[in-house]
Design a binder for this molecule. Structure first.
Ligand SMILES: C[S@@+](CC[C@H](N)C(=O)[O-])C[C@H]1O[C@@H](n2cnc3c(N)ncnc32)[C@H](O)[C@@H]1O
Length: 335
């Protein structure tokens, strides 16, 4: 079976046959929209990774570009990429291949310790439910696509989707992460609320530290459900969850004012929700017919201490990062 089966994000007409198609552009027969591949950002990625111009280019085709060209997405990308670069991310492209286990001396190693625990939890408690099957996985908000790389190494069939084509912070880095894979995984530049995919194909949809960028969780999950195959599941991981919605709202406004003072913008172009409240998770489940399994990754004792210290310092709850596994009810429309 062809995976992924592409469809026009505007009118949903199939664009087929698939991402691996060698054509330079895709034209939607129904609405006339034309989609092209992005130019591969070889030179910037190469210089950032220390490769020489004479070294072979990273393997794999460049990404199809299905992004809406709205000012809000343009502003999101320029602000998001500026903040991530200022935080020192994407500086060392060679290290991306080690993720989620960077060198212990890496300046963000503490953060990757938490991310690695969530990844282990995904492998042990979700992927192990279907042993031996190469799952068709949608990695939504994939960033540099380190998770897609790990999934491909485990024998699954990931497709990485993101808004950013940045050579070291977005999908532009994916080529470098694929150099040692037997086959490249597809990369799609697209809004996860308007996926360029035909209905009912993915076995697993994963939002890895990306679901909280959504401006409307119901809309995002409805789109995920549209592309999910019968029996498929959705995972939300590494998004902040609060029992007390007021604590989440305080985190969001504190973060926006911090960005304003540090960078001169609040980084709020997408009007992202930025956190989930527990009541909201239950309500989304009720509205969309989802049964949630709440899984706690082994983030360790130092993480529990960190949360406790933050709680004492701020006087309010600090975020939890569970792995939320959604099982759609069996009475969904068949493929
Ligand atoms: C914090 S990063 C996480 C990246 C990666 N999953 C990881 O774990 O390192 C969030 C990512 O979500 C992407 N993103 C945010 N909103 C999106 C949307 N509506 N559609 C697609 N990607 C989106 C951003 O461009 C960014 O790369």
């Amino acid at each position: 079976m062809i995976w992924p089966q592409l469809a026009c994000p505007d009118c949903r007409t199939r664009l087929g046959p698939s991402e691996v198609d060698a054509r330079p552009e895709l034209r939607c027969e129904a609405c006339g929209r034309v989609y092209r591949r992005t130019p591969r950002p070889v030179s910037e990625a190469d210089s950032a990774s220390g490769l020489l111009a004479t070294d072979p280019a990273p393997p794999g085709p460049s990404a199809w570009d299905f992004r809406p060209t709205t000012p809000r997405i343009q502003r999101f990308l320029s602000e998001y990429e500026a903040v991530r670069a200022a935080e020192g991310r994407g500086r060392d492209v060679a290290m991306l291949r080690d993720l989620p286990w960077p060198d212990p001396g890496h300046p963000l190693a503490w953060e990757w310790y938490i991310r690695a625990a969530s990844f282990d939890c995904l492998v042990e408690q979700v992927l192990s439910l279907d042993p031996g099957i190469g799952l068709r996985v949608l990695d939504l908000g994939a960033g540099q696509a380190w998770l897609s790389r790990r999934l491909a190494l485990l024998g699954h069939r990931p497709v990485a989707v993101d808004l950013s084509s940045h050579p070291t912070l977005g999908l532009g880095a994916a080529g470098l992460l694929q150099a040692d894979l037997p086959a490249p995984f597809p990369t799609l530049l697209a809004d996860f609320d308007r996926l360029p995919l035909a209905d009912h194909q993915a076995d697993l949809v994963v939002y890895n530290a990306s679901f909280h960028y959504s401006s409307d969780y119901g809309d995002s999950l409805r789109e995920a459900l549209r592309v999910l195959a019968p029996g498929g599941r959705i995972v939300i991981m590494d998004s902040p969850v609060y029992r007390d919605a007021a604590a989440g709202a305080a985190m969001r406004s504190g973060r926006r004012s911090d960005y304003l003072s540090r960078y001169g913008f609040a980084s709020d172009a997408l009007d992202s929700r930025e956190f989930l409240a527990v009541t909201e998770i239950h309500e989304l489940g009720r509205q969309l017919g989802l049964t949630w399994t709440w899984i706690s990754p082994r983030h360790g004792r130092s993480w529990r201490w960190h949360r406790l210290r933050r709680r004492l310092a701020t006087g309010r709850e600090s975020a939890d990062f569970p792995l939320l596994l959604a099982h759609p009810s069996s009475d969904r429309a068949p493929a």
